[in-house]
Design a protein. Structure first.
Length: 86
C-alpha cells in the first residue's frame, strides 16, 4: 500500500512547539512520545532555524524514527514515530 501522493502520514497526536527554544522542544517531544503507545505517530510543529535543525537529529540519536518533515510556511511539521520495541 503506497501513499506516494499523500503529503504526510496521519498523526495520532499533535504537539505545537512553535516559540519553544532548544533544548526544551526536544525534551517536550521526547516526554510526549514516551506517553504514547508504541507505534503511534506524533506530529510536532517546530520553528525554522535551530529547532528544525536540532530536534530531528536529537530524536534519531534517541532511537526515534523520523517519517516526514514538511515546510508549512513559517513552521515545520515533523512526524516522528514511537518505536514498537523501545
Amino acid at each position: 500500500m503506497s501513499h506516494a501522493s499523500a503529503p504526510a502520514p496521519t498523526p495520532d497526536a499533535q504537539l505545537d512547539l512553535r516559540g519553544t527554544p532548544c533544548p526544551i522542544n526536544f525534551v517536550r517531544t521526547k516526554l510526549r512520545l514516551e506517553k504514547m503507545a508504541p507505534g503511534m505517530l506524533l506530529e510536532v510543529w517546530l520553528d525554522p532555524g535551530e529547532p528544525i535543525e536540532q530536534v530531528p537529529d536529537s530524536l534519531i540519536m534517541a532511537g526515534y524514527g523520523i517519517e516526514h518533515i514538511e515546510d508549512r510556511s513559517g513552521f515545520f511539521a515533523l512526524s516522528v514515530r514511537r518505536p514498537v520495541s523501545a
